[in-house]
Design a protein around this ligand. Structure first.
Ligand code: SF4
Length: 378
């Protein structure tokens, strides 16, 4: 089982408790973005297109721990930007572990070998290295040569020191199933603890807008990949039902509150991928966001989204409600033949609202009015 047993049990028990308490909406994974600054400029990234004063902002250790306390999700994914540029990242990780959180520290791994000494292996802590396929696929995806080799060297160094290491893989319409399958074999050889795989989300600020997958193509691609996976020992760090959804067999609605995002703007509405507004507190986010405005079928920007930020939580909640279905699919793997589940109609979706520039202007005005302390990257 790729998700560690203690994590699966704790998260399952947490979900059951939320159901018993009658909570309609609750978080599973806190997406913590302590900074937007990165040391790469990937073509498919929509997170780094901010003016320098915003890229220089950091969430403090206290901000990060307060966000975890406020939100209460059992799992924390630390993303960005590049989290290893944050000088206080070891303290943030320590504080989250002391709170019993399961942590995935997402990184492009360029600084990983240099920083490994600052961290200790822990059963609840995993490096989550960005790796979008084999050497050519990944270096093309991050728009820089040599990054794949450095990431793989860092993965080997981290594994040698006893860390859990997963990879996070985003696929675009250039992905070839046979090459992705060979890459998955490589992750087995590297002894990785799991792969989190998703189709890329078409961020409106991503420099390359040409190569994002639509839903139909995503499902066909994942069927082609999973078909090749029988008996090859691939480990996915995702629920079996989410993989079945990627293969077109589950008709899921988005659960954006399942992975709420806290970043330097505040609590982001509605999800990790879309910044349509910001709340000051987690409670405000949950209570004042008009959730029905978002998700595939409701909003044009969500039309092609099949990303774990929105749909993994739906799959986990489905697994808790329907354990036999989950067990059946976990045992046999995603179905790769036959009719797909009907997709959600886009007939009534509202048009896209382009708000990025307004948020940047508002934030810049705040920074000019009251300069915040800046923690420069090291
Ligand atoms: S479908 Fe859900 S996760 Fe995807 S962009 Fe829309 S709100 Fe976010």
């Amino acid at each position: 089982m790729p998700v560690p047993l203690n994590q699966a049990i704790r998260v399952g028990a947490y979900v059951v408790r939320q159901h018993l308490a009658g909570r309609k909406r609750y978080p599973l994974v806190l997406m913590l973005e302590p900074l937007f600054r990165c040391n790469l400029a990937c073509a498919g990234c929509g997170k780094i297109d901010y003016p320098d004063p915003i890229l220089n902002q950091r969430l403090s250790v206290e901000d990060c721990l307060a966000a975890a306390d406020e939100c209460g999700a059992p799992v924390v994914a630390i993303a960005g930007g590049e989290p290893l540029l944050h000088k206080e990242m070891p303290q943030i990780v320590e504080g989250l572990l002391a709170r019993g959180k399961f942590i995935y520290l997402c990184t492009n791994a360029l600084l990983l070998e240099k920083k490994l000494d600052q961290y200790k292996p822990h059963k609840n802590f995993a490096w989550d290295v960005h790796l979008d396929g084999d050497r050519d696929m990944h270096d093309h995806s991050v728009s820089q040569g040599g990054v794949y080799d450095r990431a793989v060297a860092a993965i080997k160094a981290a594994k040698a020191r006893g860390f859990r290491v997963c990879v996070n893989t985003t696929l675009f319409d250039t992905a070839e199933p046979a090459r992705v399958a060979a890459f998955m074999d490589e992750t087995v050889k590297l002894g990785l603890d799991g792969v989190m795989i998703s189709p890329g989300y078409a961020y409106e600020r991503a420099p390359d807008q040409q190569h994002f997958l639509n839903r139909r193509k995503s499902k066909e691609l994942f069927r082609e990949i999973f078909r090749r996976g029988q008996g090859r020992g691939w480990k996915f760090n995702q629920s079996a039902l989410f993989l079945d959804f990627l293969a077109g067999n589950q008709r899921y609605l988005c659960t954006p509150w399942g992975k709420p995002t806290r970043n330097v703007f505040g609590w982001q509405r509605p999800c990790y991928l879309l910044g349509e507004g910001y709340a000051k507190t987690f409670t405000e986010l949950m209570e004042t966001t008009d959730w029905d405005q978002y998700g595939t079928g409701n909003y044009e920007k969500c039309a092609d989204c099949m990303v774990h930020s929105g749909y993994e939580a739906t799959a986990v909640m489905d697994a808790v409600r329907n354990p036999l279905k989950h067990m059946r699919i976990a045992l046999r793997g995603p179905r790769t033949e036959g009719a797909m589940a009907p997709d959600i109609s886009l007939a009534n979706q509202r048009p896209a609202d382009y708000v990025f520039n307004r948020h940047v202007q508002e934030r810049m005005a705040q920074l000019h009015a009251k300069p915040e302390p800046v923690d420069a990257a090291d």
